[in-house]
Write a protein that binds this ligand. Structure first.
Ligand code: ASP
Length: 352
């Protein structure tokens, strides 16, 4: 049988296409910046960033992993100065490496939500920054660190993650750094996003999102820490029955530029704490009222009730909206780098 005359020219056209299709596709480059935590806390010595990556099976099918050791500490030992250095490092890396798809940051889980929210407000890029940890240390039965790391790398490499702010990945779930909180001291499902729920999941097949946060973050944030080497001190004090206000006064006397009251309900605190907030407000200390309940908003209310008659709404108390007290502290520290104006700080709590 004769070959149709069209066959040879067609082959010549298709051959280069076939060769191109056979070229290996360049995998996305993702940098791991390790800070420590249970995920690397092997008995007898902490794992380095490079050792962590080596624990993840078939990682090289998904990404080109790079590693960098920032620190190797429990999250409870990370300082505010370290947050600043980490934010600057992440920003510099994303500035210098336009081809880097994303960054994974390991952290201890106990205070992971604080450093993650700080990065959410201070990283000035749209590319994904994913914070990850583990509930069980390496070497124990059911170590969750390798799976969490693989998921975090996949989320950092996924185009669908771009522009969603800093993400937190554990237990195959994706959370916004704004809303995530550690809500269980032991469980593998310790992390949740309170009443808002997770943003997405990491499936076998793909990284899948169900939502995004509308509040300002990362590239839409006004906070630039590139030239800041310290943050003002802000303390959190808990409201409870009979809580003494003198601790608020003491925080101010020790140099706190701001105080967050983890208030009961929608913003109540003890009479002694109310008196103390009035006193420190007069001394120029910013006071933010957040709720210790874990849900709902704290917002300005028209003055009603006996407490309001005894103490007219102080002019400079900021209502913390739905931010948890520890997140309110992060935002207040950044806010105080710009302003001490109550109305301006209130605006920030409404926007972030
Ligand atoms: N103690 C550890 C930490 O926060 C807990 C963890 O990593 O899960 O550093």
């Amino acid at each position: 049988m004769r070959t149709p005359r069209i066959a040879l020219p067609l082959c010549l056209v298709l051959l280069p296409l076939a060769v191109e299709a056979a070229q290996p596709v360049e995998l996305p480059a993702v940098r791991l910046i390790a800070t420590g935590g249970t995920i690397s806390s092997r008995p007898g010595g902490r794992l380095t960033a490079a050792e962590l990556v080596a624990l993840v099976p078939a990682l090289d099918r998904h990404v080109r992993a790079e590693t960098e050791q920032f620190s190797n500490l429990p999250s409870s030992e990370l300082t505010v100065t370290a947050w600043l250095a980490l934010a600057r490092r992440v920003n510099r890396l994303l500035d210098e490496r336009p081809a880097l798809s994303g960054i994974v940051v390991t952290s201890g889980t106990d205070t992971l939500e604080e450093v993650a929210y700080f990065l959410h407000l201070t990283v000035r890029h749209t590319r994904p920054v994913v914070v990850v940890g583990a509930m069980r240390p390496p070497g124990t039965l059911g170590y969750d660190g390798a799976a969490n790391l693989l998921h975090a790398f996949r989320v950092a490499a996924a185009p669908a993650s771009v522009g969603r702010g800093v993400l937190v990945v554990l237990n195959a779930e994706i959370h916004s750094a704004r809303d995530v909180t550690k809500a269980n001291a032991q469980g593998l499902d310790a992390f949740g996003s309170r009443e808002y729920g997770r943003l997405g999941v990491v499936g076998h097949d793909r990284v899948l999102y169900y939502g995004r946060t509308d509040r300002r973050h990362t590239w839409r944030s006004e906070f630039d820490v590139s030239a800041i080497d310290r943050l003002p001190r802000v303390d959190v004090l808990l409201a409870y029955q009979g809580a003494p206000g003198d601790l608020i006064v003491a925080a101010a006397a020790r140099g706190a530029a701001g105080v967050v009251v983890a208030a009961s309900g929608a913003g109540s605190m003890s009479p002694s704490q109310l008196d103390a907030t009035r006193l420190v407000l007069r001394r120029g200390v910013a006071v933010v009222v957040a709720s210790r309940t874990g849900g709902g908003r704290v917002v300005p209310r028209p003055g009603t009730g006996p407490r309001k008659r005894r103490l007219p709404a102080p002019p400079r108390r900021v209502m913390g909206e739905d931010l948890s007290p520890v997140k309110a502290r992060v935002l207040l520290m950044l806010a105080l780098t710009h302003t001490r104006e109550q109305a301006e700080i209130q605006r920030m709590f409404q926007e972030y």
